[in-house]
Design a binder for this molecule. Structure first.
Ligand code: ZN
Length: 468
């Protein structure tokens, strides 16, 4: 067969392209894609979090709320997608709808999909989440339903756009630190400024700042995924806001034009940024976090080979002692409106002859990047003991994220659960291990005492599967 010069050029170019493609993979490149969508509500809905709110949102915004997607593909073609969102939490119904749709549309299994909420309390109430803590009328419930359906569509579209954007990339990992998180159980808020001045803060914390950086092959920052274990609740505004995590993302995106900054919460269930309740403080914490990320970005890069392992497990966590009619009859006259609404609802449920759930399907997930960087994720609002425990078990570099996939309530360690079993006068204790069940509307007053053991053994099994 004769090949004319033009065809020869074409064949040579095609071969060169093929060789480039092969060498790209052999050179240790991943594929990565990003996309994002604004999810700031356009209606005056109730804001999620803080049960002492008395009014819905003003409709104004301090900054936009976002859902952001990062799609990754390793050298073998194995894919995963991470969605981060400026929301209090992803309720189970939203997680299931989005996970199912993404799974069908993009051929992804549940272990390949990770949804993270920033836990801002200046975002909207979502479907079937925290309904007992607000006086929601039918019109507000309709707004919530409409918004949540739109949110689900945005999440699915962002995943599709991130996958469509997949292109060769280099990925690095690192870990920085910043110290604004304070253990809120061990340091009463009004006393914190004096305790900080005296260097006298108490209680466990996790000040690490995990950083996953995605670069184009020519070295431009395409995306940075970072985390911190601290409640994203410095602001109790009636305006929409991503709080300190929103400020951190804005600062990083300003410093790196074109890059997409994405935040995930660590095990910050018992951690607060203190002092707080001022916009300048929220901004300051955001900039402290962004600076910690920048320090990692300027350090010698730790390249991750393009190998990705994704595992997931759903474990059954039993609730503690079931509610009784007598107890609920007392609590329906409680001084706190959220308790009254919660007790009335479950009392009617029991009196109608129905049996409430006595356990919960709890999501655990583990990803390993490049055969070395472990990311372990938990649902709910885990307290910091989980991060510290898993770092001891699986290595100090382990990243532990909470508020992932399904935020159903707080996740106390056994220590916190037992501390909260009895209310102690003068202490802040009682919330993370107990009252949070009322706030989240669950049919019990706390988890069973095996909560930490079950999560620990589930995590060990998952990590064991990765290390096989
Ligand atoms: Zn919280």
């Amino acid at each position: 067969m004769k090949i004319d010069p033009i065809s020869k050029c074409f064949v040579a170019a095609a071969c060169a392209l093929l060789l480039t493609a092969i060498s790209v993979r052999a050179d240790g490149l991943w594929k990565a894609g990003t996309a994002k969508a604004v999810i700031t509500p356009t209606e005056k809905m109730w804001l999620a979090g803080f049960s002492n709110r008395t009014n819905p949102a003003t409709g104004e915004k301090l900054m936009d709320l976002w859902v952001k997607g990062l799609a990754l593909e390793d050298a073998s073609g194995h894919r995963a997608v991470i969605l981060t969102a400026d929301l209090l939490g992803i309720p189970q119904n939203v997680y299931q709808h989005v996970r199912t749709a993404i799974g069908k549309k993009f051929a992804l299994q549940p272990d390949q999909i990770l949804l993270c909420a920033s836990h801002t309390h200046c975002g909207p109430v979502l479907r079937d989440a925290l309904y007992d803590i607000y006086p929601l009328d039918q019109s507000q419930r309709n707004l919530i339903e409409k918004y949540t359906t739109q949110l689900e569509s945005h999440m699915i579209e962002v995943v599709g756009a991130a996958i469509a954007d997949l292109a060769p990339a280099r990925i690095t990992s690192g870990q920085g630190t910043t110290a604004f998180a304070v253990n809120r159980r061990n340091n009463l808020e009004p006393k914190v400024p004096d305790m900080i001045a005296a260097g006298d803060l108490k209680g466990p914390v996790d000040h690490s700042v995990p950083v996953l950086a995605v670069y184009t092959p020519d070295g431009k920052l395409k995306s940075v995924l970072f985390g911190y274990a601290c409640h994203n609740t410095t602001l109790q505004l009636s305006e929409w806001s991503g709080d300190y995590a929103g400020f951190a993302q804005l600062a990083l995106e300003k410093n790196h034009p074109g890059a997409q900054a994405m935040f995930f919460m660590g095990c910050g269930g018992d951690q607060n940024a203190l002092p707080r309740h001022e916009i300048y403080l929220s901004q300051r914490y955001g900039h402290m976090l962004a600076s910690a990320v920048e320090e990692v970005l300027v350090a010698p890069p730790h390249n991750l080979p393009p190998e990705l392992i994704t595992k997931m497990k759903t474990i059954t966590l039993p609730f503690g002692t079931p509610l009784t009619v007598n107890e609920l009859q007392t609590l329906k006259n409680d001084s706190q409106p959220p308790t009254r609404r919660w007790a009335t609802r479950w009392l009617e449920f029991l009196q109608s002859g129905k049996t409430p759930a006595h356990d919960y399907s709890f999501p655990l997930q583990a990803w390993e990047f490049g055969g070395q960087q472990l990311l372990l994720t938990l649902g709910g609002e885990p307290v910091v003991d989980y991060a510290n425990k898993f770092k001891q078990s699986f290595g100090a570099q382990t990243w532990v994220a909470g508020y992932c996939n399904d935020v159903m309530t707080y996740i106390p360690s056994l220590r916190v659960l037992l501390e909260d079993a009895v209310t102690k006068p003068g202490a802040r204790w009682g919330y993370e291990g107990s009252y949070c069940f009322v706030v989240y509307g669950l049919p019990a007053k706390r988890w069973g005492e095996n909560v930490e053991d079950l999560i620990t053994s589930g995590a060990k099994e998952l990590v064991g599967e990765i290390k096989k």
